[in-house]
Design a protein around this ligand. Sequence first.
Ligand code: FES
Length: 262
Amino acid sequence: MTTVLVIAFVAIAAVLAAAVFAIAYRRGRGIPGDVPGAPRRPGVQRDVLAAPSAAAGADDEAEPIDPLEARTEVGVDEYNVTRRQFFNRAIYGVFGLFLANFGLAGLSYMWPKLSGGFGSKVNAGPLDSIVTQLIADDGRIVPLFIPSAQAYVVPFAGDPAGSSFEDLPVIAGGVMALWQKCVHLGCRVPECDSSQGFECPCHGSKYNYHGEYESGPAPRNLDRFAVTVTDGGELVIDTSQVIQTARSATKTAEYPQGPSCI
Ligand code: FES
């Protein structure tokens, strides 16, 4: 979050600096024709009309002065900023601020979350506390759902040798983390307490509680994440990398252990 704010402030400062520079540059040139559509016409200095001379007062018969004839033309350089230029620059400025705002909003939306959320390493909490929640008093497996990791933590007490996830960093502290997303078409797969597995309500794919494929249209096992245990005993789920494993004839958990839920 701090990184995003810093980038946002830097971007806003850059946009404002560019706007100020552009306005200053255009003012420095002082040519109305630089603005699209600005007229290149000479002006009239209305307050510098030729005043009647003192000599004229002496001559009551002198010709009356026609102010239109006596006016002095003013060049475009003396106009400085015209009203049209002012409004053009105001429109450009507002439009630029809108674009900058829109760009920053898009940037913050796309910016990867570098800590704490899904897509990064998620601290699931003390491993000891988690393990005690995974097995009920009657021995049933009770997967623990970790919302910030979008994953189920399940116990793994067996031997992964010969399984489809042998030698992969998916077991630590006697647990695994399974992604909740069905590998068929992406539905959230709930656990089924009675069968002791995961059963997808969308098209009926079934997995045992280690996430191994059992039946249905799913092309592989449930995907899983790498897990580690910190020196302080915290379980960390690395959701930055999805680990896929193929169907395997060698299963590490029994399924079903009771009636199916779907
Ligand atoms: S999305 Fe789960 S079986 Fe189709």
